[in-house]
Design a protein around this ligand. Structure first.
Ligand SMILES: [Zn+2]
Ligand SMILES: [Zn+2]
Length: 196
C-alpha cells in the first residue's frame, strides 16, 4: 500500500513476479520503504530477494516463521513452486510493531495458526480501515493448518481474539481470492460460526 503524497509504499507479500511489481512501482513513481510478510510460505516470498536488492528497503518476517524461510527448498519440492533466491537480511516483525510510509501507519497483529509466525497488518486512515490477513482469513474461508507448524486451535484464537474484534467495516485483503469485510465474514463465514 502507498501514501500518495510522499509516494512511499510498503509492499506486503511480494510473492509473485518481481518484474510486475517493479512495473507497478515505476508506473506510480513509488519508493518502497519496507517489505513485510504475513507469513513465510514460499508463495508469499517469491520476489522478496530481487525486490529487496532493487529497492534497498528492509524486509521483515515474524521470528516464529524463520524456520520456514530456512526450509524453502523443502517447501519448493513439496508444494511444486520454483525455489526463489534467498534474501540476505530479514528483520523481525513483532506483535504491536508499527511500520510507517508517509502518513500510513501499518500495525502488526500476531495471528498464528496457519503458520506459527503468521501476522496480519492493520491500518486506518481517511479511506477507511484495512486488514491484510495473509492466509489466516479468506472470503468465507480460513487458512489450512496441516502444513509445518500449523495449529487449528491457534488459528481459532487468532480469528476470534484478534480479527473478529475489529470493526465490521474493516476491509479484509486476504493473501488469496477476493476482498471482503470483517462484518461479512462475521455473518457469513462458516468456519467463524463454528468458533462461537
Ligand atoms: Zn500460506
Ligand atoms: Zn498463500
Amino acid at each position: 500500500m502507498a501514501d500518495e503524497q510522499s509516494q512511499l509504499a510498503i509492499v506486503v507479500d511480494p510473492g509473485g513476479d518481481f518484474e510486475k511489481i517493479r512495473e507497478l512501482l515505476d508506473e506510480h513513481g513509488l519508493t518502497v520503504s519496507a517489505i513485510v510478510h504475513t507469513h513465510t510460505h514460499i508463495d508469499h516470498v517469491g520476489a522478496t530477494a530481487p525486490l529487496q536488492e532493487h529497492t534497498g528497503a528492509e524486509a521483515h518476517i515474524h521470528e516464529a516463521d524463520r524456520f520456514l524461510y530456512d526450509m524453502l527448498p523443502v517447501q519448493s519440492a513439496l508444494l511444486g513452486v520454483p525455489l526463489p533466491r534467498k534474501c540476505g537480511v530479514l528483520g523481525t516483525l513483532n506483535d504491536g510493531f508499527s511500520l510507517h510510509a508517509g502518513s500510513i501507519e501499518l500495525g502488526v497483529l500476531h495471528t498464528p495458526g496457519h503458520t506459527p509466525g503468521s501476522v496480519s497488518f492493520y491500518t486506518e486512515g481517511p479511506d477507511g480501515r484495512f486488514v491484510f490477513t495473509g492466509d489466516t482469513l479468506f472470503q468465507r474461508g480460513i487458512g489450512r493448518t496441516d502444513l509445518w507448524g500449523g495449529d487449528s486451535s491457534a488459528i481459532g484464537r487468532s480469528l476470534k481474539e484478534r480479527l473478529m474484534t475489529l470493526d465490521d467495516e474493516t476491509l479484509v485483503i486476504p493473501g488469496h481470492g477476493p476482498t471482503t469485510s470483517i462484518g461479512d465474514e462475521r455473518q457469513l463465514n462458516p468456519f467463524l460460526r463454528r468458533l462461537r
